[in-house]
Write a protein of this length. Structure first.
Length: 193
């Protein structure tokens, strides 16, 4: 399965294309879509739409997984992100691409084993799980890769040997990350293991 993960934003929008299933996955491509703060809002939104549409056309994902917008104290920032989400969804709709939404807590819990993981833990485990030579520079790209991994692992896509593999995959990633990751494994009921 090919998943395009998106960490939406108007100034910076992270996009990561991940191929695989619950057992094996690889980062195929990643992009950071940027817009200039001094451009008109409609120009910035058009740029996000057009660049994401181009990435969809060139990478041909099976599904687009996007981080669900949660409102925060900064209404202006939330509005800009909501507008960016709208044009990203429009780009997907134009080609009939299936879209799945995940909250930040769902993404963190799936990728790190804890829903309150910090950005450093997410970046570190994305590196370990995708077997990357280095941690992605951009937190937006790392978050987009985490969203893609979240969808792969939650989608129930069977592996070639018919096994589910989510728990084993998370345990292997935590072990590969080593003690520097400071990750707490939790069981399905949220209790520390």
């Amino acid at each position: 399965m090919r998943v395009m993960g998106v960490d939406p934003g108007l100034a910076r929008c992270g996009v990561a294309v991940v191929d695989g299933d619950v057992r094996r996955s690889a980062l195929t491509a990643h992009h950071l879509v940027r817009t200039a703060a001094d451009d008109a809002p409609e120009q910035r939104l058009a740029a996000v739409h057009d660049q994401v549409a181009d990435l969809i056309a060139s990478h041909r994902p099976d599904v687009l997984a996007i981080e669900r917008l949660l409102f925060n104290a900064n209404a202006r920032s939330a509005m800009a992100v909501a507008q960016a989400v709208g044009v990203i969804l429009l780009a997907a709709a134009h080609v009939g691409l299936d879209v799945r939404h995940y909250t930040p807590t769902q993404v963190k819990a799936t990728v790190t084993g804890q829903g309150d993981a910090d950005k450093g833990q997410v970046k570190y485990l994305v590196r370990a799980q995708l077997d990357l030579d280095r941690t992605p520079r951009s937190a937006d790209v790392a978050d987009a890769a985490a969203v893609a991994l979240c969808h792969l692992w939650r989608s129930g896509e069977p592996t070639s040997d018919g096994a589910g593999g989510y728990s084993a995959r998370l345990a292997a990633a935590v072990a590969a990350a080593g003690p520097g990751a400071q990750v707490v494994q939790r069981n399905r009921r949220g209790r520390q293991a």
